[in-house]
Write a protein that binds this ligand. Structure first.
Ligand SMILES: Cc1ncc(COP(=O)(O)O)c(C=O)c1O
Length: 471
């Protein structure tokens, strides 16, 4: 493609994206397709000859958009609502153009050094300890996997060299999480060969926070039974309810047993940039590692997860392996991303975060997150004031857990499920659910940069319409 054609198609595509955002309010949030619909419309064999870009772009409208669930829709309230932003999109575009593989400092000094600087900015914005250094991975699942690998390296059992199988000398290693922790921790435990019995789930209190006393008892019991407790994963902002584990109470328990404390703040970490919410990270100044996802609530396009770690040396010890063809004269003086993880090549993700932080500024980002939390409180007040609905968990940030509970109805699980499917099928909003105290619970997550009070009022109306239809 020559420069002239690239310029022309590029301009057209930017126009296409601008139009997409202009009309997104009118698109159905949840893709209105059945399983297999898209596959049935696509050729089953690859194109033998190249096709004109115009035909490919036309198929975006015809085939791809109808099969999209629009995460950027302002009425996307499911899971954790997230959104991209204009500077983030530009960052992705440029990163694709540069196509750097930042495995070594010299293969991308820009990516390596920008990452260090931008992550230190974010660290300051979140009020994290200067002893923490950051590194970017794709997702929180992968950040947590790396944190646990570093923690495992720290137990000094020569696991890197000897492995874990067939070793009668190796005690059974255990990680502790709350019952509300994200499944990514369990996946990391499985991947690292600790096995599911290498993880113990600690009960939570009435507000879905880890019970610190039960944690201390579990660790003591496991030690008596020959386990080696080596890591606690606390969650700041759990997936189901956004509950916040009592990190300050957990810290001394971990320290007593020389355990690693990893904090999963994948969702809520971004909120710590708002001065009045910084307290959610109370106690985290003594954590060993913390994960937060700018791709969740910092208007940075997927994917970009940050792991802050106090022991980069252990992370490096767990993963560094440098064959001759990757040796460089400057390796002692600089950081090479590939020393800190599974991947060799690394995308230039810092660029989009740099553009987002600069474009909005700390105050601009904080103002948007603050507004999301205000809208969540407003929605929670409507629920509280209604006889037909009830709140199912505290609302510390931008997530509301609730359900319909009209006086005259049994079968509340089925009713709430039907309400949710009714709202989602309308295409005008998207909600998701969880189960709390064995009750089906609806979740409304506010985190999209385009969501306004008007959108929250509309979903409240939709919910009430569905309830009237079904009662
Ligand atoms: C608390 C928590 N941790 C981890 C994750 C996993 O995030 P990712 O998709 O970046 O792996 C999620 C996802 O929602 C989450 O809510």
């Amino acid at each position: 493609m020559n420069a002239e054609e690239f310029r022309r198609i590029g301009h057209e595509l930017i126009d296409w994206i601008a139009d997409y955002f202009e009309k997104i309010d009118d698109l159905p949030v949840l893709a209105a397709v059945e399983p297999g619909d898209l596959k049935a419309k696509l050729p089953s064999t690859p194109p033998a000859q190249g096709e004109p870009m115009a035909d490919i772009v036309a198929d975006l409208d015809r085939l791809i958009v109808p099969a999209l669930t629009h995460w950027s829709h302002p009425s996307f309230f499911a899971y954790f609502a997230t959104s991209t932003s204009a500077p983030g999109i530009f960052g992705e575009l440029l990163s694709a153009a540069f196509d750097n593989k930042a495995m070594l400092w010299r293969t991308s000094p820009a990516s390596t050094e920008l990452e260090e600087v931008v992550l230190d900015w974010l660290r300051q914005m979140m009020g994290l300890d200067p002893g923490m250094q950051g590194i970017i991975y794709d997702t929180a699942s992968v950040s947590t996997l790396h944190a646990l690998a570093a923690a495992r390296e720290g137990v000094e059992q020569r696991i890197r060299e000897e492995g874990m199988s067939g070793r009668p000398d190796l005690p059974l290693l255990r990680v502790y999480v709350s019952e509300q922790s994200h499944s990514s921790v369990e996946k990391a435990v499985i991947t690292l060969g600790l096995g599911q019995r290498g993880m113990r789930k600690i009960p939570t209190d009435s507000e879905f926070r880890m019970n610190a006393k039960a944690l201390a008892e579990a660790i003591n019991e496991d030690k008596r039974n020959g386990y080696l407790p080596f890591c606690i994963v606390a969650t700041v902002g759990t997936t189901s309810t956004s509950s916040i584990d009592p990190v300050r109470e957990i810290i001394p328990i971990g320290e007593e047993h020389a355990m690693w404390l990893h904090v999963d703040a994948a969702y809520a970490g971004s909120a710590a940039i708002v001065p009045e919410f910084r307290k959610i990270l109370d106690g985290c100044e003594r954590a060993d590692s913390i994960v937060t996802n700018p791709h969740k609530w910092l208007f940075t396009p997927f994917d970009l997860s940050v792991l802050y770690c106090r022991h980069m040396d252990l992370l490096k010890r767990a993963f560094s392996l440098v064959p001759e063809y990757l040796r460089t004269p400057e390796e002692e003086k600089v950081r090479s991303g590939s020393d800190y993880g599974i991947q060799l090549g690394r995308r230039f993700r810092a660029l989009k975060l740099w553009m987002v932080l600069r474009y909005f500024g700390h105050e601009g980002l904080a103002a948007r997150i603050r507004e999301h939390c205000r809208l969540a409180q407003l929605f929670a007040i409507w629920i509280d004031e209604s006889d037909d609905w009830e709140i199912m968990a505290p609302v510390p940030l931008g997530l509301v857990c609730f359900r319909a509970n009209p006086k005259d109805r049994d079968g509340l699980d089925a009713l709430n499920e039907a309400i949710m499917h009714g709202v989602n099928a309308s295409g005008r909003a998207l909600l998701s659910h969880t189960r709390l105290n064995d009750k089906l619970t609806l979740r409304l997550s506010i985190g999209n940069i385009r969501t306004t009070e008007q959108h929250v009022r509309q979903v409240w109306q939709l919910l009430n319409e569905q309830l009237q239809l079904l009662r």
